[in-house]
Write a protein that binds this ligand. Structure first.
Ligand SMILES: NC(=O)c1ccc[n+]([C@@H]2O[C@H](COP(=O)([O-])OP(=O)(O)OC[C@H]3O[C@@H](n4cnc5c(N)ncnc54)[C@H](OP(=O)(O)O)[C@@H]3O)[C@@H](O)[C@H]2O)c1
Length: 272
């Protein structure tokens, strides 16, 4: 049976890197490249040695999943890797966020990840891997990036829980939670009414680094993929009251922070 990898968001950034890495590793017979920009996917397919199937789909649209499912069912293939990279963020206050951007963030970052997992799982078997792009923004509520951070908290929680449910089936699930990466993501996030609400990116990784670590972690059965520096930051965040961490974020997100800062009062206990 043909072994395939399905990668969403393969037209740029880390999705493209995953495709190149899997091509180098020669682990699958075919790579399915999913994103909207057909010409980018076609160019990538031509550059890879592994056979590719180009699926130019808009994953904010329900009919895309129906088409994907038909393709999968008709292929007779087994999915060795499902790598969900398609994602989108928009900087700015919630009040300034455009309704269509809010819809797209929720549809792409949340619904599409869930639908891709739902439709793909019946075609996976022991030894298969699901890799979902979460983000370090999943660890904390982030003012001025609130919808995005909340969608990534969803992806992280969903992935960790799914990994436990699937443990006995031998399908591994890895949530990847990087800090900033040098991709088109940041320019797209800036393209919003308050796009300058975040303009300081303290640590910027190359997407290749993150993809190499994520694949290594997935193949060694880790539920979450983060660098050592990220682990330290997360530990520090977990030791601080949530409101203090949000205050810190609010200070560091801008080079010249002119926006109002948050109160330092700790959050009341849950239920109050
Ligand atoms: N860059 C960062 O700092 C960072 C940090 C943490 C986590 N992440 C996460 O990492 C993942 C990959 O991001 P990246 O940094 O590689 O950004 P990127 O270069 O902007 O890639 C995003 C990908 O999503 C695809 N996409 C966007 N809208 C789509 C739609 N409606 N339907 C289908 N595909 C769509 C894009 O392709 P088309 O435009 O061709 O459709 C592109 O291939 C995202 O989930 C992001 O949230 C990024």
């Amino acid at each position: 049976m043909k072994k395939i990898a399905v990668i969403t968001g393969a037209s740029s950034g880390i999705g493209r890197e995953f495709a190149c890495l899997l091509d180098d590793m020669g682990k699958v017979d075919e790579i399915w490249l999913v994103a909207r920009r057909r010409e980018r996917l076609t160019r990538l397919a031509a550059d890879l040695r592994t056979a590719c199937r180009v699926l130019p789909l808009d994953l904010t649209k329900a009919e895309s999943f129906v088409y994907y499912h038909e393709q999968l069912a008709g292929s007779g293939a087994r999915v060795s890797f499902l790598i969900n990279c398609a994602g989108l963020g928009k900087f700015g206050s919630f009040a300034s966020n455009r309704q269509e951007d809010i819809d797209d963030m929720i549809r792409l970052n949340v619904t599409a990840v869930v639908m891709m997992c739902k439709y793909t799982l019946p075609f996976m078997a022991r030894g298969g891997h699901i890799i979902n792009m979460a983000s370090s923004s999943a660890w904390l509520p982030l003012p001025y990036f609130s919808i995005y951070a909340a969608t990534k908290a969803f992806v992280r929680h969903f992935s960790l829980a799914l990994g436990v449910e699937l443990a006995s089936s031998g399908v591994g699930v890895t949530a990847v939670s990087p800090l900033w990466m040098n991709t088109e993501f940041i320019d797209i996030a800036r393209d919003s009414p308050e796009g300058d609400a975040v303009d300081r990116f303290l640590i910027l990784y190359e997407p290749r680094q993150t993809a190499v670590l994520a694949l290594t972690d997935a193949l060694s059965g880790k539920a979450e993929s983060v660098t050592r520096a990220q682990k330290l930051i997360r530990r520090a965040v977990s030791l601080l009251p949530e409101n203090t961490s949000m205050l810190l974020w609010n200070k560091i997100r801008k080079k010249r922070n002119a926006l109002p800062s948050l109160s330092l009062h700790p959050l009341p206990p849950a239920g109050q």
